[in-house]
Design a protein around this ligand. Structure first.
Ligand code: BJW
Ligand code: ZN
Length: 241
């Protein structure tokens, strides 16, 4: 658990901020029972990213990739937002200038009530047409394999940013603005290994923000943080309110 003095320092920084940005990763949803990617029980322990989470994998075997996403949908549909997601909603309510950047595709931030957010790696409850690029919400569990577009009948893919794919330019622009203008950046439950999100803490710090990490364990990014709190997101985040 975090040292009390660090906690009260961060609480003061948050209370004194005019603009707050929060960056979240799989660790915030771990407290809801959603598996992370790189931990001891992480998804990449049992599945190879290159077989499932790349455009090449989908081209090679769309059925296999959709089966994996159906399995993830089944798992996530049973999960609910936890007190950490709820604390983020409360932070959004308290700040006029607030932005949430999440790498999570599970939709739990939206389910909790967050509205000012960029889901930079997409959303597992959305599909995108491989031909006409139409994006649609779809909550079917399981989704019938192979799903096709209601408009043009071509193959649908998950609306997810896979390895080697560029993030959406509009999301990146929105994130850059939120990182450059914030007084405080909270980095919650991410290993800080996947770019471009792994570079976001440096962007905010170089722009003058106070940058704090909330994570179960130290990460490769801990050294650049102004403060690193160790503990569960669902316990730490509510303490900042
Ligand atoms: C807790 C907790 C609790 C646990 N409380 N904390 C070499 C090869 C190929 C690619 C690259 C390469 N080198 C660099 C790249 C680029 C690549 C990259 O960064 N790779 C690195 C891994 C090396 N990045 C990309 O490819 C990105 N695109 C890109 O760069 O495009 C460039 C481009 C420009 C122009 C044209 C074309 C291209 C895209 C990255 C997309 C990432 N997508 C994924 C998977 C999607 C599949 C899916 O989910 O369905 O997104 S990867 C996966 O990692 C997922 C996550 O969002 C992302 C980040 O993971 P996260 O959230 O940090 O989770 P974990 O598991 O790593 O960490 C959990 C943390 O929580 C841990 O620290 C725990 O301690 C903590 N924790 N319980 C608090 N209770
Ligand atoms: Zn279409």
């Amino acid at each position: 658990m975090a040292a009390g003095s660090d906690l009260s320092l961060l609480k003061n920084k948050v209370a004194g901020a005019r603009s707050l940005t929060v960056l979240t990763g799989a660790g915030i949803s771990a407290d809801s029972g959603v598996p992370t990617f790189r931990g001891a029980d992480g998804l990449w322990r049992n599945f190879r990213a290159e077989d499932l989470a790349t455009p090449e994998a989908f081209e090679r075997d769309p059925r296999l990739v959709w089966e994996w996403y159906n399995w993830r949908r089944e798992l996530i549909t049973t999960k609910k937002p936890n007190p950490a997601h709820e604390a983020v909603v409360e932070l959004e309510r308290r700040f006029d200038r607030f932005w949430l950047i999440t790498q999570n595709v599970d939709g739990l931030h939206r389910a909790a009530g967050s509205t000012k957010l960029s889901e930079i790696h997409g959303n597992i409850w959305m599909t995108r047409c491989t031909a006409c690029h139409r994006i649609s919400e779809n909550h079917e569990v399981p989704i019938p394999i192979l799903p096709t577009c209601a408009d043009c009948r071509e193959l649908l893919r998950p609306h997810i940013v896979w390895f080697g794919e560029a993030l959406f330019a509009a999301d990146l622009a929105r994130c850059a603005e939120a990182l450059e203008r914030c007084d405080v950046l909270l980095v919650v439950g991410t290993s800080g290994l996947v770019y471009p999100a792994a570079g976001f803490a440096s962007v905010a710090k170089e722009a003058g923000a106070f940058v704090a990490e909330l994570n179960l364990e130290p990460t490769p990014q801990s050294g650049l943080m102004d403060l690193s709190l160790q503990g569960r997101a669902k316990e730490l985040l509510p303490l900042l309110l």
